[in-house]
Design a protein around this ligand. Structure first.
Ligand SMILES: Cc1cc2nc3c(=O)[nH]c(=O)nc-3n(C[C@H](O)[C@H](O)[C@H](O)COP(=O)(O)OP(=O)(O)OC[C@H]3O[C@@H](n4cnc5c(N)ncnc54)[C@H](O)[C@@H]3O)c2cc1C
Length: 303
C-alpha cells in the first residue's frame, strides 16, 4: 500500500514524484517510459533556467532528479484504475495490481491516428508520428505530411531540408501560425494538397504510396508515390483507463479544479491529460507539483 501512486513518467508525473517523495510520502511511479512527449522535442527554448536544451536532455535531468529520492518505479502500462475497500487499485497490462491511498494521473497525450488501412501495419516502416525523431531517415525521399496545423507545418519545414519532395495533405486550409506558413509556402519542393482526405497507406514491406480522396469530388482518388507518411493531426489524451471512473470533458481530458482535484476525492490529475488549456512542459511540471501537494494535504486531512 503506497501513499501515492503516480501514473505517467512525463514532466507532470516526474515532478509530482519529487514533490511527494520530499513530503516523505511512500511513492510509486508507474509509467510506460521515462520522458513522455517532451523527450521527443528537438529543442526546448521555453523551459525556464535553460535558454536552450533538447527535450531528451531535459527529461534525462528530470529522471536524474527523481532517482535521488526513494521513489519506487515500475515500468508498465496501467489499464484500469478503480476503488476497492477504501483505497485505489491500479492494474497494469501485465496483470499486476498496485494499491494506494491517493493517485495522481499524469498519463499525458498520444498522437491522433488516421485510422486508415495500412497505417498500423506500416508504422515504423515509413509511417511516423514523430517528425522530430524520424526526419533524418528520409533524406532524398518523397514524403507526405498529413495535417495543416502547427505540428504539421513544423514537420514539413524540417522535412523540406532533407527530403526530395514534401506533400502537405490537409482536409481544409492550413491553420498553422502565419510565421510557419511563411517559412514553407514558397518552397520549391513542397506541394500543398488542401481539401483531401487520406484513404489508405500503401506498401508491402515499407510505405510506397498514399491514396487520397478529394473532398470536392469524392470520385477523384489520387495516389502519391511516397516513401514516408508523417501523421501530424493532433493528439488525444491517454485517459481510456479512467473512463467511467473519473469525469472527462468532451475531448476525453480529465476535468480538474484549480488544485488538480478530479471528480473522485483522493484522485488528482496533472499535465496534458487534464482540461487545463495550455499543453507545455513548464505547465505540466507546475501542475504535477500542485497535484502532489494536493495529495499531501488530502492525506493529512484523512489521518
Ligand atoms: C514534438 C513535440 C515538441 C514539443 N515541444 C515543446 C516545447 O518546445 N516546449 C514545451 O513547453 N512543450 C513542448 N511540447 C509539449 C510537451 O512535451 C507536453 O506539454 C508535456 O510533455 C506534457 O507532459 P505530461 O507529463 O503531462 O505528459 P506526457 O509528456 O505525455 O507524459 C505522459 C507519460 O505517461 C505515459 N503513459 C500514458 N498512458 C499510460 C498508462 N496507461 N500507463 C502508464 N503510463 C502511461 C506516457 O508513456 C508518457 O511517458 C512538445 C511536444 C511534442 C510532441
Amino acid at each position: 500500500m503506497y501513499d501515492v501512486l503516480i501514473v505517467g513518467m512525463g514532466p507532470a508525473g516526474l515532478t509530482a514524484a519529487v514533490y511527494t517523495a520530499r513530503k516523505k510520502l511512500s511513492t510509486l511511479l508507474v509509467g510506460k517510459q521515462y520522458g513522455g512527449q517532451a523527450a521527443r522535442a528537438a529543442e526546448i527554448e521555453n523551459y525556464m533556467g535553460y535558454q536552450y536544451i533538447t527535450g531528451a536532455e531535459l527529461m534525462a535531468r528530470f529522471e536524474e532528479q527523481v532517482k535521488k529520492y526513494p521513489v519506487q518505479v515500475v515500468q508498465a502500462e496501467v489499464v484500469s484504475l478503480g476503488r476497492e475497500d477504501g483505497h485505489f487499485v491500479a492494474r497494469t497490462r501485465d496483470g499486476r495490481d498496485f494499491r494506494s491511498r491517493t493517485v495522481i494521473v499524469a498519463a499525458g497525450k498520444s498522437p491522433r491516428r488516421l485510422n486508415v488501412p495500412g497505417e498500423g501495419r506500416l508504422l515504423g516502416r515509413g509511417v511516423s508520428y514523430c517528425a522530430v525523431c524520424d526526419t533524418p531517415l528520409f533524406g532524398g525521399l518523397d514524403v507526405a505530411v498529413v495535417g495543416g496545423g502547427n505540428s504539421a507545418l513544423t514537420a514539413a519545414y524540417d522535412l523540406l531540408k532533407v527530403a526530395r519532395h514534401v506533400y502537405v495533405v490537409s482536409l481544409g486550409e492550413w491553420t498553422a501560425d502565419p510565421v510557419l506558413v511563411d517559412k514553407v509556402k514558397d518552397a520549391p519542393n513542397l506541394t500543398k494538397l488542401a481539401g483531401f482526405e487520406v484513404v489508405r497507406i500503401e506498401g508491402e514491406e515499407r510505405v510506397s504510396g498514399i491514396a487520397l480522396r478529394s473532398l470536392s469530388d469524392p470520385r477523384e482518388e489520387k495516389l502519391l508515390g511516397v516513401q514516408g507518411v508523417f501523421v501530424e493531426i493532433g493528439t488525444v489524451p491517454n485517459s481510456g483507463f479512467v473512463e467511467g471512473f473519473l469525469e472527462l470533458n468532451e475531448k476525453g481530458e480529465i476535468k480538474v479544479d484549480c488544485e488538480c482535484r478530479t471528480s473522485v476525492p483522493g484522485v488528482f490529475a496533472a499535465g496534458d491529460i487534464t482540461d487545463i488549456p495550455e499543453k507545455q512542459v513548464i505547465v505540466a511540471a507546475g501542475e504535477g507539483a500542485k497535484a502532489a501537494l494536493g495529495a499531501y494535504r488530502y492525506l493529512l486531512m484523512a489521518r
